[in-house]
Write a protein that binds this ligand. Sequence first.
Ligand SMILES: Nc1ncnc2c1ncn2[C@@H]1O[C@H](COP(=O)(O)OP(=O)(O)OP(=O)(O)O)[C@@H](O)[C@H]1O
Ligand SMILES: [Mg+2]
Length: 185
Amino acid sequence: MKLQLPEGYEMNNQNLINWINEKLEEGNTFFLLMSGNTGSGKSYLMQAILNSMNCKSTGGIPFTPQIIDCVELANDYVTAIRTSISDDICACENKFDSRYVFIDDLGREPKTQGANDLFLRLLYRLHSSIKIGKTCVCVITTNMGADEITNRYDPAIMSRLYEVFHFHEMKPKDFRKLKMDIGKY
Ligand SMILES: Nc1ncnc2c1ncn2[C@@H]1O[C@H](COP(=O)(O)OP(=O)(O)OP(=O)(O)O)[C@@H](O)[C@H]1O
Ligand SMILES: [Mg+2]
């Protein structure tokens, strides 16, 4: 299995692309946390990884995992709590419990105590799930650096994320702005 990149993809993170390809060749087990400024290409690359993988359920049935949007998840959780629908609350709390977990925009959820508590719990569960081999692939994108993750959630979770994740900082480039600037001339 090889990473299939979209047409016109600029190879500005060659080391990371090499690492992903190595992992994909070895098999379906890898854990990647991409950190970087807005427009640096985190979600774009995460989608490319997802598109390149043959994800299979425990029963061997192929499926396409959904990307979890952290803002949406936080909103769903607030609604589920407000309406006291326990199935919906459970669905949010089980959101990171899967063989393939793709989490977009960690830290962009609102800075409320409720959202913070939820994400901290989910991250601890994710770490345990990776440790016992229940989760075999996880990709996380975030605008936060390691220090911000520590401050936002807690130092113990950052230490655990370091333990299991390949931590990659994207080059500080904004592809959106670049495309807009090119369009101007
Ligand atoms: N390596 C690349 N080569 C060419 N275009 C790219 C590349 N990476 C990203 N882009 C373009 O830039 C756009 C923005 O990238 P992306 O959505 O991945 O940013 P992001 O890092 O997730 O930003 P945010 O933190 O705001 O979510 C993409 O939709 C794509 O068009
Ligand atoms: Mg993004």
